[in-house]
Design a protein around this ligand. Structure first.
Ligand code: NAD
Length: 482
């Protein structure tokens, strides 16, 4: 492994149809670990967003499937060759530790490579009409076409490379044009990715990256007349705002989560404890599908907690650039302060902190909290950091499912049990998009369907296969078939 080096400060421009565009006002991007400025990006205004959409709308992509495959696979290969450069940038602007950032870069390879492999498969269907006296000797064919207008993509900070990749790769695979607004907290990785795409041969008109925030851009990313679809990943609050503003447009929302890991009495407790600790702390606990509630049945809770402590104490928290560190910072000191306050509030309601602390700036070490009442804020709301929160529950499956379903969220879940009757009941009755038996809620591959229900999402799925569907219109055409 290469030793991480501190990257030079990047004074970045927007990329509007490939052209570099600057503004007088800039937004500074900080390293959450040491508060140093990592770079700056332009504070884009509504007129920049307008120009990006107008340029996108005026361009008609004509890439063949072969050409798209080449661009997607070349992007994957470049990302693999430059994984250290990307990891360095991700760690610098997000505070994610070097190990997490390298993993982020390797996941991105999968996203681009899977899209390259899927693009060569034609997705048309054929319906024969001679199947009923009401039919005729005809056939109806389906084909998927790109959107007439452009896609607006708005992404969060927690996976600076993958969230963006999950929106751009299926858009390019389907010959769409896209205007991306990455989060103002980690925009540098997104801009570096755009340059890789141009280098891989993407016509620049197919991708613009505008930088800024709602204060400088207003609602322009949501209401532009040439925007046909808004795809958003981020918080519930902003997702619901976008849903209200978007009007007569397709809106794909991938929002927050509050995922349970459920440990039943028959579980192998050491295996379950390892999943609990990894699921709660990887990516500094900042995954939409991080383990945010550990529901363990009372009869095995003491033995389980002992094992959780063993695994939690092995984790090294510190300088994110140190290759031996397991948990870097969270995104801002303010976020860490919020988690601290929520832990204190849980303690005031009877919870016990068994391990963790003290907080140093944005460094919030993994923190094991036991005996948490399931209704307190720490576990009712999404706590987007490396808290390992244990809720003891009665050994009655109905009650466990009721508690699990009691939050507003419905993203994913993990279940540790071998009992088939319990497994089928959880799969049927947990109100979530995913149930992983003997895995963390975040387990997936980059092409499998992914997304939540309730406040976690509006039913559209991501993952390359599903995103390619939501980014296209189905056209049917028919002809006589004598
Ligand atoms: P956020 O909602 O604060 O910001 C996300 C993006 O929305 C940013 O680019 C931000 O600039 C933009 N934004 C904010 N206000 C806006 C407005 N009024 N109009 C248009 N854009 C606006 O989210 P975050 O803090 O960056 O990310 C963390 C959240 O994302 C967590 O809740 C996490 O669970 C969620 N998330 C969900 C998934 C999923 O697939 N379900 C994946 C990753 C993250």
């Amino acid at each position: 492994m290469n030793a991480p080096m501190k990257p030079a400060i990047r004074r970045e421009s927007m990329r509007i149809a490939g052209k570099r565009v600057d503004t007088d006002e800039v937004i500074e991007v900080f390293n959450p670990y040491n508060n140093e400025v990592v770079g700056t990006v332009p504070a884009g205004r509504p007129e920049h967003v307008r120009e990006a959409f107008a340029r996108a709308r005026a361009y008609r992509p004509t890439l063949t499937r072969f050409e798209r495959q080449r661009i997607l696979q070349t992007t994957a290969e470049i990302l693999r060759n430059r994984k250290d450069d990307f990891a360095r940038l991700i760690t610098a602007e997000s505070g994610l530790c070097w190990k997490d950032s390298l993993y982020e870069a390797s996941r991105a390879y999968d996203v681009w490579s899977f899209a390259a492999q899927l693009v060569i498969k034609d997705d048309g269907e054929i319906y024969s009409c001679d199947i009923s006296p009401n039919g005729k000797n005809r056939k109806i064919f389906t084909m998927r076409t790109p959107l007439l207008g452009a896609i607006s993509a708005i992404t969060p900070f927690n996976h600076p490379l993958n969230m963006v990749s999950h929106k751009l790769a299926p858009a390019i695979a389907t010959n769409n044009r896209i205007v991306l607004k990455p989060t103002e907290l980690t925009p540098l990785t997104a801009l570096a990715l755009a340059d890789v795409l141009y280098e891989a041969g993407l016509p620049p008109e197919m991708l613009s990256v505008v930088t800024g925030n709602p204060r400088t851009m207003g609602d322009s990313m949501i209401t532009d007349p040439d925007c046909d679809l808004v795809t958003f990943t981020g918080s519930v609050r902003v997702g619901k705002y976008i849903a209200e503003k978007a009007g007569y447009r397709r809106v794909v929302l991938e929002l927050g989560g509050n995922d349970p890991l459920i440990i039943m009495a028959d579980a192998d407790l050491d295996r379950a404890a390892l999943l609990a600790v990894q699921g709660a702390t990887k990516n500094s606990g900042q995954r939409c599908t991080a383990v945010k509630r550990i529901l363990v049945v009372e009869s095995v809770a003491d033995a389980f907690v002992e094992r959780v402590l063993v695994h939690a104490k092995k984790l090294k928290c510190g300088d994110p650039m140190d290759p031996s560190v397991d948990v870097g910072t969270v995104i801002t000191e303010a976020a860490a302060q919020l988690f601290e306050r929520r832990v204190q509030d849980a303690v005031a309601q009877g919870a016990k902190v068994l391990y963790g602390g003290p907080r140093q700036g944005a460094l919030f070490a993994p923190c094991v909290v036991d005996h948490i009442p399931y209704k307190c804020e720490l576990v009712r709301e999404e706590t987007f950091g490396p808290v390992i929160p244990i809720i003891r529950v009665p050994d009655q499956i109905e009650e466990i499912i009721r508690i699990s379903n009691s939050t507003a969220f419905g993203l994913s879940s993990g279940v540790c049990t071998n009992r088939l009757d319990h497994i089928t009941k959880f799969v049927n009755e947990l109100e979530v998009g995913t149930v992983n038996i003997w895995e963390v809620p975040g387990y997936r591959i980059e092409m499998s369907p992914f997304g939540g229900i309730k406040d976690s999402g509006n039913g559209y799925k991501e993952g390359i296969v599903e995103a390619m569907k939501s980014y296209t219109n189905v056209r049917t055409w028919s002809m006589p078939w004598a």
